[in-house]
Design a protein around this ligand. Sequence first.
Ligand code: ADP
Ligand code: MG
Length: 408
Amino acid sequence: GVRAAEGESVTDEHGPGRATAGFHEVYGTEPGGVWAAPGRVNLIGEHTDYNDGFVMPLALPHTCLAAATPRTDGVLRLHSGDAPGGIVELRVEELAPVAGGAGGDRGGWAAYPAGVVWALGEEGLLRGAAGGADLHFESTVPTGAGLSSSAALEVATATALSELYGLGLSPRRIAQLCQRAENVFVGVPCGIMDQMASACCTEGHALFLDARDLTQRQVPFDLAAEGLRLLVVDTRVKHELGDGAYANRRAACEAAAEAIGVPALRDVPFDGLDATLAQLERLGCDATTRRRVRHVVTEDRRVEKVIELLDAGDTRSIGPVLTAGHASCRDDFEISCAELDLVVESANAAGALGARMTGGGFGGSAIVLVAEGDAEAVGKAVTEAFGAAGYGAPRIFPAVPSAGARRL
Ligand code: ADP
Ligand code: MG
């Protein structure tokens, strides 16, 4: 979504009109409907989802819109107003993941929606690989900024097709299908958080999700009522080591869990952390891996703390927990970068209540919790710090907890 550069968001009022007009321009007909799926920020709980742990995302007002109509000839046509190259035309029965490889956007952007159709077929939901569809996308979710434009694209596709094909899939099932599409078809080994956030979030809430059994709770997160604002700071940088580092962190976590004989690091209780770290040392596990374990176990604890504070109506006090989470991402999990660290340092120095990187790391976005009256000054301080460091200006906008996927 290039248009999101201005921080604009697609609202229900003008959103469907634009997607409908775009669909008409591309295919010459009216769509059967328009569906929206949002991007997200993660409030707390980073790299915990693939450790069967806890996460707490909230949906952004920025959405990927899918205008769609079903076909009966097995042809899938895909077009995005945000990607060059015109219509991508595929045959549903020929969709297959590319074997092996390190993933990451294989086959271009169309692999994401095509992967969703493939995943539906894998589950026997396409009834003999017939079907097909025409889809046109318009998105305001910044791409590659750690705000989950890829999950928004997948979930918009799946939500549209579920209704067009009369499948009645639950948001949770949609999220699982979309994760499978991204893991297997696109080849990105992501956890379940992004898809669950886009499918299941609700307005005015953060989504507490247990990634092990996908139980969830909508936690009221009314920033305005408490005179607070959550800023998203998109650093506009994405460092290349990101992809390999993700797989590497994941492997380290899985190896550590196996060494101590638990299904996942989620099973290490916070008050057993020191004993577990000592055990890992005795087993010959290196210091780096032990720090990875410490991040995951303390991060799960921080999610629980944030929920306790929100339930107690003390939103301000989550600030230091967010900042502690950033330090853990930076020092123990080593997934931050100079730009993200500078957002956190400069925002806190200018009076923010707390700040942290959000999403996979190595660039992308940070979030900053701030009193409403300080928002402008803090944003300005971050922008000035970026200028002084010789970085390009970041993109800053408020994160308003918004609705998950829906028909418009
Ligand atoms: P993130 O999900 O954090 O934005 P990813 O690298 O996971 O970053 O996904 C970004 C990719 O998703 C883009 O490179 C593009 O292939 C695809 N994508 C996302 N939104 C759109 C869109 N509206 N149109 C076309 N492709 C999109
Ligand atoms: Mg993504």
